[in-house]
Design a protein around this ligand. Structure first.
Ligand code: NAI
Length: 336
């Protein structure tokens, strides 16, 4: 029976890379019935909301979505569609595996870390006020409930995936109450997992250590804002945003998307790297129990990157998005 998956192409490079992912999944023989929805600017123009009730209901019914990036205007405009989806569907765990891949030129060749980002609170609640002209405030929310469930999620992930260490990243020396709570709860949960090493690190020290020697880290657990920033930094260690996948996971629903944004500088030119979204789709296929197809696609990507003949511009090649995808499909079909 076909899996039903909601497809949100998004904007910018979103439609180009989601199309690539859909073609690749089809080539691997996975039967998926896609239901396409808009979000972000076109949705605001249509119904006044960046995420329509129809889209939310559909994800609630079908449980799974694959999503391209969506523009969020800077300093003005509607609330981010990405943040809205994460909050309304309670997708509290943002998983971002960051791994070196042979064939991709990067600063390191042995990076293998997993970022777990709390996805529902912190400064992303969007509670901001103009107190008086020239004076503003943004409110950082950290609750015991959200800290507890994300800490448990990170340790459970580590346990199930044979990971040895979880590092909590915070700024509790300055935000003593909010990040202090995040740290205290982490320490309590860590005691339930004596087989896993638990450590904590202040975010500025983490940034330096990550650049000096990423191999010393395993699972990193961060709040929403630091998780966002450190994910892009970590992507830079393994070849850039074009290759790092992600998943937003809650108790009931999951939305799979790459770490990167809409890349307006290269949108519409058919030159974006679809690997990050394809890898995100592989996380989705594993979630759906389609492990054999996911393995086949992964091996095909790795082989093509290692051969190095069909790379997109971000990886030093001259291949278009569609040429890259055509070559990948040939490789997948040779393995079917
Ligand atoms: P970005 O991630 O879109 O781009 C940063 C740089 O990386 C650009 O030079 C871009 O060309 C490059 N890049 C990103 N993805 C690439 C790919 N697949 N292949 C090749 N190069 C790639 O970040 P930026 O410019 O800060 O954000 C643009 C828009 O995207 C903003 O409106 C932002 O709010 C939104 N955004 C959306 C996200 C989402 O939907 N989950 C996540 C991050 C940003």
């Amino acid at each position: 029976m076909a899996h039903k998956v909601i497809l949100i192409p998004g904007d910018g490079i979103g439609p180009e890379i989601t199309e690539a992912a859909v073609r690749v999944i089809e080539a691997a023989g996975v039967d998926i019935e896609w239901e396409r929805h808009e979000a972000g600017i076109p949705s605001v123009q249509k119904c006044g909301l960046s995420v329509s009730d129809e889209l939310l209901d559909s994800i609630r019914r079908n449980k799974i979505a694959l999503k391209g990036p969506i523009t969020t205007l800077v300093g003005k405009g509607f609330k981010s569609a990405n943040v809205t989806l994460r909050q309304k569907l309670d997708l509290y765990a943002n998983l971002r595996p960051v791994k070196s891949i042979g064939g991709i030129r990067s600063r390191y060749d042995k990076v293998d870390l997993v970022i777990v980002r709390e996805n529902t609170e912190d400064l992303y609640t969007g509670i901001e006020n103009l107190i008086t002209p020239g004076v503003t405030q943004a409110i950082k929310i950290v609750t015991e409930r959200a800290s507890l469930r994300i800490a448990r999620w990170a340790f459970e992930y580590a346990k199930k995936n044979g990971r040895k260490k979880v590092t909590l990243v915070h700024k509790a020396n300055i935000m003593k109450i909010s990040d202090g709570l995040f740290l205290r709860i982490f320490d309590e949960v860590a005691r339930e997992y004596p087989e896993i090493v638990a450590e904590d690190m202040i975010v500025d020290a983490l940034a330096m250590n990550l650049v000096m020697d990423p191999s010393r880290f395993d699972v990193l657990l961060l709040g929403n804002l630091f998780g966002d920033i450190v994910s892009d930094l970590a992507a830079g260690l393994v070849g850039g945003l074009g290759v790092v996948p992600g998943a937003n996971i809650g108790e009931e629903y999951a939305v799979f998307e790459a770490v990167h944004g809409t890349a307006p500088d290269i949108a519409g030119k058919n030159i974006a790297n679809p690997t990050a979204l394809i890898f995100s789709a592989l996380l989705m296929l594993r979630h759906l129990g389609e492990d054999a197809a996911a393995d086949r696609i992964f091996k095909s990507v790795v082989v093509n990157l290692a051969i190095g003949k069909h790379l997109t511009a971000d990886l030093g090649g001259t291949c278009s998005t569609s040429e890259y995808t055509d070559e990948l499909i040939k490789e997948i079909k040779s393995r079917n």
